[in-house]
Design a protein around this ligand. Structure first.
Ligand SMILES: Cc1cc2nc3c(=O)[nH]c(=O)nc-3n(C[C@H](O)[C@H](O)[C@H](O)COP(=O)(O)OP(=O)(O)OC[C@H]3O[C@@H](n4cnc5c(N)ncnc54)[C@H](O)[C@@H]3O)c2cc1C
Ligand code: SF4
Length: 315
């Protein structure tokens, strides 16, 4: 691990100002960033600790939704009675991820910004455009079983590993931020994560130093909430494919996929096919899929997983 300096921020705006400097990074639970620093995949020169900012509350909004502070731990968010009752897809997605110990530390904002689990990204001896822009992508001609099938580019085929983010996409969450100049803004989750394009190292819509302060969920929409994650072993593994679904009694609803793209994958137009079944939905959801030989199975797996989810929703 390389040496670095450290400061504990007193206010969100101060944190954002400090993190604007080149080489600076926020640290929250540290469950992803510290691993990457130990491997020298990330080498920040300055860490801005946001843990003392008091952004750790879950509050009801005047619109009937919930505002989740960025420092709310994954365990606390999944266990919150309002989340379990009205946004069960989110509780289920969170507990499908990591381990109890990691979820106790992991924060809402940190979870959204966790980096990909592409093994070439972690191996500093291998070319990787996300780690070293312009160095090449080892996965495209290499081992790509875990990688993306849709929204890919010639520069990167990595997937976003978060389970929580897939549920938030289905719930139409909004990300609240503070910028270094003290101004704040909100970003719909659909626009928060980016596709790789030619700049796979740019993963979100955040500007330099921009701090996530909260994630807001709109008023609950009812329905049956299901999160189904398919992985190589039954716990402590990232998704090959996951489905976050909210299904209404008449068969309409929403669906987002994890494990298939550089961001949680939702195509609203495909949801009109939900009453017609998984095949019809997947055909539109993954219409632009460009899998490799090794991960072509994910297209069929997505359809089968969604089929199982829709069957379960019928009860
Ligand atoms: C062994 C293991 C297994 C795991 N399995 C799963 C799994 O199955 N599913 C899953 O979804 N996740 C899994 N995870 C990932 C885990 O969920 C993340 O590591 C965790 O959510 C990151 O949150 P954190 O607060 O620790 O982030 P940190 O490590 O502190 O930060 C992560 C990134 O977010 C940035 N950041 C943090 N807070 C803010 C903020 N407020 N504003 C702007 N930037 C910010 C940091 O600068 C950093 O770049 C696993 C992790 C491990 C170690
Ligand atoms: S898929 Fe992306 S993260 Fe993986 S090696 Fe290629 S550029 Fe790097």
């Amino acid at each position: 691990m390389r040496s670095f300096t450290y400061e504990k921020a007193a206010t969100p705006a101060q944190a954002a100002r400090a993190a604007r400097e080149p080489g600076a990074k926020f640290i929250a639970g540290g469950t992803n960033l510290l691993d990457l620093m130990k491997l020298e995949v990330e080498t920040p020169q300055h860490l801005v600790d946001v843990n003392g900012l008091g952004l750790d509350k879950i509050e009801s909004t005047p619109e009937g939704g919930l505002r989740i502070g960025t420092l709310v731990r994954n365990t606390d968010l999944a266990a919150d009675a309002r989340v379990r009752r009205d946004y069960a897809v989110l509780s289920r997605a969170i507990v499908a991820g990591a381990s109890g110990q990691i979820r106790n530390m992991a924060t809402t904002g940190g979870n959204l910004l966790q980096r990909t689990r592409c093994h070439y990204f972690y191996d500093t001896n291998q070319p990787c455009n996300k780690r070293v822009p312009g160095s090449g992508c080892s996965a495209i001609e290499g081992f790509s079983r875990q990688h993306a099938v849709v929204g890919v580019s010639k520069a990167c085929i990595a997937v976003h590993p978060s389970d929580m983010a897939v549920a938030m996409r289905a719930l139409d969450a909004t990300v609240e931020t503070v910028k270094p100049d003290g101004s704040s803004r909100t970003i719909p989750i659909a626009q928060f994560h980016r596709l790789p394009g030619t700049t796979p190292h740019v993963e979100s819509d955040l500007a330099a130093g921009e701090l996530i302060t909260a994630v807001t969920l709109p008023k609950p929409i009812g329905g049956t909430h299901i999160y189904h994650k398919v992985r190589d072993r039954s716990s402590y593994a990232f998704a090959l494919v996951s489905v976050a679904a909210i299904v209404q009694r008449d068969g309409t609803g929403r669906v987002a996929l994890g494990g298939v793209a550089h961001k949680p994958w939702r195509v609203e137009a495909a949801e009109s096919e939900m009453p017609n079944g998984a095949k019809a939905v997947t055909k539109r959801l993954l219409a632009e899929a460009k899998p490799t030989k090794e991960n072509a199975f994910k297209v069929q797996l997505a359809e089968c997983t969604l089929d199982s989810v829709l069957t379960q929703a019928k009860g």
